[in-house]
Design a protein around this ligand. Structure first.
Ligand SMILES: Cc1cc2nc3c(=O)[nH]c(=O)nc-3n(C[C@H](O)[C@H](O)[C@H](O)COP(=O)(O)OP(=O)(O)OC[C@H]3O[C@@H](n4cnc5c(N)ncnc54)[C@H](O)[C@@H]3O)c2cc1C
Length: 414
């Protein structure tokens, strides 16, 4: 194989893996990053613990992607979770598997994942240029010639891999510049939207619940006749609405619903383990046992204090009423609040606050076997800048690593 000059732009997980793979295949590789260090978003991942992949089988893995799953089949055939684990194990990183087959470093530090990548970049003699941004890609006769950098320098290259990420968490460096450059070269771009994003609620009283985490609840979203149910899991109230794993996972669908107008509502089933009848019986029992206590005190057995204040206020029951005085109608109102604590979702938080960017370079523009552009020869794409996005659980990072690996090979062999 002939040695070529390969330039990779963006030292996130996709770009670093692409650079390492191309260099392993004896290419002369330069990796350009505009930050003063590589992997800034990687360091934030998994709340600083980095959920780097997931051990579920290929088909369920592909189903975790909102639309582009099938596109990734070739990339995953070439380099999947076991390969990634081997890659990090050979770099001395110990990994562990947590609930729902999520893989984390034993150290619980995303920094230890980054250290292996940096060690490999240096072992493979990848030239890393930091604090330098890509300005433009120069194309002649439908083939890449090189790149213009922010400092005005031109670098010649026979192969270019664009791995500049999406357009969320802009402070980490992912500001969508690479996507604009790809658009400028004629690539079709699927509009960017927030994915895995917190939601805002219209009701002011939700704000008083900020910081409350509810475990073991179920969510139901509705939009006209459409309904969407979550698994049982965790909900976080924020200063503007709701977040937490269940909300983030379903947010992609909610963003679509919101864009179609008309109301989107969310109901929290605060006691999904009990049917309405069972919960009614439980309330009756609690009220009988605590007949002389106030309703608010008695509800402590069922809810956190701040939520009790809110639920009692919404029920319209006077807050200092004793349990023995609660009427049947009042108990029924309480029951419906506990089984369906409802709010209107007014909008999603902005793209910059999303964990993932939906949209990006259209999959139609990319050869899934090599990650090469179908418009510009010698140009390859990898990572989140492509129109792929998945649920939480390690799927997005695996996609970044796998498409990076494939792009690195594509650039070397192509
Ligand atoms: C808070 C948070 C937590 C997350 N946790 C997880 C998790 O636990 N598991 C998981 O699977 N996914 C997680 N994700 C998603 C995951 O981090 C991303 O999908 C992944 O980082 C995408 O990798 P990438 O290499 O494509 O892009 P990025 O990581 O965004 O890297 C792109 C790089 O390109 C650089 N760049 C951009 N423009 C230019 C330019 N013009 N010139 C030079 N360099 C440029 C950027 O500075 C950046 O370093 C999380 C995301 C967030 C925001």
């Amino acid at each position: 194989m002939q040695t070529k000059k390969v330039i990779v732009i963006g030292a996130g997980p996709a770009g670093m893996m692409a650079a390492i793979r191309a260099a392993q295949l004896r290419q002369e590789v330069t990796l350009i990053e505009k930050n003063h260090q590589p992997g800034k978003k990687l360091l934030l991942s998994g709340k600083g613990r980095c959920n780097l992949t997931n051990l579920c089988e290929l088909d369920p893995f592909l189903n975790k992607f909102s639309s582009g799953g099938q596109f990734l089949r070739d990339a995953f055939k070439k380099f999947f979770h076991r390969d990634l684990i081997k890659f990090f194990a050979s770099g001395g990183l110990k990994l562990k598997v947590e609930r729902q087959l999520r893989v984390f470093p034993v150290s619980d530090r995303s920094g230890s994942v980054l250290e292996v990548l940096k060690k490999q970049l240096s072992a493979e003699k990848v030239k890393l240029i930091l604090k330098t941004a890509l300005q433009d890609i120069i194309v002649q006769g439908g083939r890449v010639e090189g790149i213009m950098l922010s400092d005005g320098k031109f670098l010649a290259a026979q192969r270019i891999i664009l791995a500049t990420g999406g357009a969320s968490y802009g402070f980490s460096g992912s500001t969508g510049e690479g996507i604009k450059i790809a658009a400028g070269l004629g690539h079709d771009i699927v509009p960017l939207r927030p994915g895995l994003v917190p939601l805002e609620a219209a009701e002011k009283h939700i704000r008083a619940l900020e910081g409350i985490i509810l475990k073991n609840i179920r969510l139901k979203f509705s939009h006209g006749k459409d309904e969407l149910f979550s698994e049982i899991g965790e909900l976080l109230f924020t200063g503007f609405g709701v977040s937490g794993p269940l909300v983030l996972s379903l947010s992609g669908r909610i963003v679509d619903w919101l864009s179609r107008g008309s109301g989107v509502f969310m109901e929290v089933d605060l006691k999904p383990g009990l049917s309405k009848e069972q919960l009614n019986a439980r309330l009756l029992r609690e009220f009988q046992l605590n007949s002389k206590k106030t309703l608010k005190k008695t509800l402590k057995a069922l809810l956190p204090q701040r939520l009790i204040n809110c639920v009692v206020e919404l029920s319209g029951i006077p807050p200092d009423r004793n349990c023995s005085q609660v009427t049947r109608q009042e108990r029924e109102k309480l029951l419906s609040l506990l089984k369906g604590f409802r709010m209107r979702i007014s909008r999603a938080r902005p793209l910059d606050e999303a964990m993932i960017t939906c949209g990006g370079v259209s999959l139609k523009e990319i050869n899934p076997r090599t990650m090469e552009s179908r418009r510009v020869r010698g140009l390859y794409f990898a990572g989140e800048m492509i129109d792929i996005d998945a649920d939480t659980g390690g799927f997005n990072l695996q996609a970044a690593f796998s498409t990076g690996f494939l792009a690195g090979e594509g650039a070397a062999y192509g």
